[in-house]
Write a protein that binds this ligand. Structure first.
Ligand code: FMN
Length: 202
């Protein structure tokens, strides 16, 4: 099995982290940078990562997240947020430096695709954060760390704690650190046939 397959197949959502473990700034940056290399529609990169390392801020978040221990014990708590209006940044922000024809194509397509489609704008931000979250989790594994994706929290309250700007929403957390206990038994995956259909649903 290649290392990437091993990381995918052996990853677990870790429930307890070693609170004494510190993540090096360079490692954290490399992990976040991996998240920023995930794909996004039109390269819009809707994600914004609020990295919470301050213990007081962690405690405030834990309070509105059922006091789940990962929040205070992990080495870095990443609150992934989506900027639903990121598409308004246009080609100038996302395609600068590319050949003119390519730039012009995206400059025309981006507003046409998103303007007036609030639902799509929101979905797109959530999709982007999901892609980034998984890249972050696999990059954490590459650095010998474990992770837990999380959405067991009060979204509005977390937004207040982190001072979420207008047009942004909290999508999920990824807690990363040194796992301190074996995760609980893994839930079974659905049967292949229950998930994969060929050509259409019958
Ligand atoms: C979007 C999302 C939200 C989750 N929220 C939580 C959470 O709040 N707390 C928690 O302990 N685990 C959380 N999990 C972890 C899941 O429980 C876990 O991924 C699932 O049971 C499968 O286990 P595995 O990841 O170890 O294979 C979440 C996972 C995802 C993808």
């Amino acid at each position: 099995m290649t290392e990437i397959m091993k990381a995918i197949m052996e990853r677990r959502a870790v429930k307890r982290f070693d609170p004494a473990h510190r993540i090096a700034d360079a490692d954290l940056r490399a992990i976040l940078d991996a998240g920023m290399h995930a794909p996004t529609a039109f390269n819009i990169q809707h994600w914004r990562f609020c990295v919470v390392r301050d213990p007081a801020q962690r405690a405030r978040i834990a309070e509105v997240a059922w006091n789940q221990p990962q929040i205070t014990e992990c080495s870095a708590l990443i609150v992934l947020c989506a900027d639903f209006k990121a598409w308004k940044g246009g080609a100038a922000r996302y395609w600068a430096g590319t050949p003119q024809a390519m730039y012009d194509k995206y400059a025309a397509m981006i507003p046409g695709f998103y303007e007036g489609h609030e639902h799509l704008q929101r979905d797109e931000g959530v999709r982007s954060c999901g892609m980034a979250a998984y890249a972050i989790m696999l990059a954490a594994a590459a650095h010998g760390l474990q992770s837990c994706p999380m959405d067991g929290f009060d979204f509005a309250q977390v937004g207040k704690v982190i001072n979420l700007p207008e047009h942004h929403e909290v999508v999920m957390f990824v807690a990363i650190g040194k796992g301190a206990a074996s995760p609980p038994p893994r839930g079974p995956r659905l049967a292949f046939e229950d998930v994969v259909v060929e050509n259409s649903f019958h």
